[in-house]
Design a protein around this ligand. Structure first.
Ligand SMILES: C[S@@+](CC[C@H](N)C(=O)[O-])C[C@H]1O[C@@H](n2cnc3c(N)ncnc32)[C@H](O)[C@@H]1O
Length: 409
């Protein structure tokens, strides 16, 4: 069937969809248009699709009628055919938050049947930096055939070599990975330590080679961040929240949602290096933190070693929950906090959590579609969605972080 790649059509852009694009229609077919905005008339160039495709993908290469939320991009390589790292460089920050709110609301409506007005809250940015820029403290740069570091084009393996990055934290840029060449490398991970007492610590750079080997090129393999009144060790290739405001914003949201009581038992599932376990421990009786990555568990134990009521368990959440199937055998939890990876929790895990009948479940979600699917699963088990707060922890990208609370109806 004939490819339509390179064809251009003038279209009126409709609503935003999950994934960093808006939907337009042409000849009865949907086109997912990057770099456009709802209400705009644009010339879209097709980047993906054939004559018989059900839908097409494209890039807005010419703006005929711009949206009032359209602004000049702060990055020389974002935009049609450019770097895929940012989706919304062409949108005001207020406009970005409105787009993200619309996506969360639409996913909730479509996948969980819930009508809810969503507001995405702004979070404090990085001191001295323009709003919405230079916030990302951890980045994995891909390496091109010439050994230069960059980011991939949208939906492509091609690497756009970079000289600069508008969302990288200044401490990430200090590592100067763009000025160097990285022969044989697959990727270069950069992680910057942030927080009041660690500002002068070295940035970490870990090189991952195509043959599977790794080399710590700069700084320590385990770095220390200072957040919410505690020092947090985490590996450069392990998990730590990437926005400097995320630990404080999310800890506050989780505590507000959980309403902990001194006698409570808490399960912190997908615990990473113990952020929520550490924040909740002083407020409750006992915390079990479950995490599948061995190095994160070791860091978590060291991070929280003064908190004698926290137990770190190195296990997969599904496996561990199965072992807790008999709630009589142990202290059943009053509060379950879960912060799963992008794919969400799914039916089996939601079922096992609801089976031990916690008073409250707090769900931290980085993917609104996965969250909405899990909202429907919780509802089927009698756990109703209460407050849902959303935070703009990933400016310039389509990503948004949500904190949802569920209680037994
Ligand atoms: C989104 S991170 C959240 C970490 C932590 N809550 C935080 O805010 O720093 C998800 C964590 O879940 C862990 N993880 C992924 N799959 C898992 C599984 N099946 N069981 C347990 N932990 C898992 C990852 O290693 C990662 O540390």
């Amino acid at each position: 069937m004939t490819s339509l790649i390179g064809q251009r059509y003038e279209v009126k852009v409709g609503s935003v969809a999950h994934g960093g694009f808006c939907v337009a229609r042409h000849d009865g077919r949907a086109i997912f248009v990057r770099h456009s905005l709802p209400g705009e008339r644009v010339i879209v160039e097709i980047t993906d699709g054939k004559e018989d495709s059900r839908y097409l993908r494209g890039d807005a290469v010419e703006i005929v009628t711009p949206s009032p939320e359209r602004v000049d991009s702060q990055c020389a390589v974002s935009g049609p055919g450019g770097c895929g790292g940012c989706d919304w460089q062409h949108v005001s920050l207020k406009g970005q938050r409105e787009l993200k709110a619309a996506v969360v609301a639409e996913q909730l409506k479509r996948l969980a049947g819930i009508d809810r007005e969503i507001v995405v809250q702004e979070v404090p940015g990085v001191a001295g930096q323009p709003e919405g820029l230079h916030w990302r403290t951890r980045m994995r740069f891909a390496i091109d055939e010439q050994g230069h570091a960059g980011l991939r084009r949208s939906r492509s393996h091609d690497v756009v070599a970079l000289q600069d990055c508008a969302i990288a934290h200044p401490r990430v840029l200090e590592a100067e990975v763009f000025g160097a060449t990285w022969p044989g490398a697959e990727s270069v991970m950069v992680a910057a330590p942030v927080g009041p007492t660690v500002e002068t610590n070295e940035t970490s750079v870990l090189v991952e080679y195509r043959d599977g080997t790794k080399h710590q090129a700069l700084g320590p393999a385990t770095l220390v961040n200072d957040a919410v009144d505690r020092l947090w060790r985490s590996r450069v290739d392990g998990f730590w929240q990437v926005h400097p405001s995320a630990p404080a914003v999310l800890v506050d949201a989780v505590i507000t949602a959980a309403q902990p009581r001194p006698s409570d038992v808490v399960w912190d599932l997908y615990a990473g290096v113990g952020l929520f376990a550490g924040a909740l421990a002083p407020l409750v009786s006992d915390v079990v933190a479950v995490e599948s990555e061995a190095a994160s568990c070791r860091d978590g134990e060291r991070n929280l070693k003064d908190l004698k009521t926290v137990k770190v368990v190195h296990e997969r959440v599904d496996k561990w929950l199965r072992q807790q199937a008999d709630p009589q055998q142990l202290d059943a939890p009053d509060i379950v906090v879960l912060d799963p990876p992008r794919k969400g929790a799914g039916a089996s895990i939601v079922g096992m959590i609801c089976g031990v009948k916690p008073r409250v479940v707090v769900y931290v979600a980085c993917d609104p579609a996965a969250l909405a699917r899990d909202v429907a699963l919780f509802a089927a088990q009698g756990y109703e969605l209460g407050e849902l707060t959303a935070y703009d922890l990933f400016p310039m990208t389509h990503h948004v972080e949500c904190v949802a609370v569920f209680t037994l109806s």
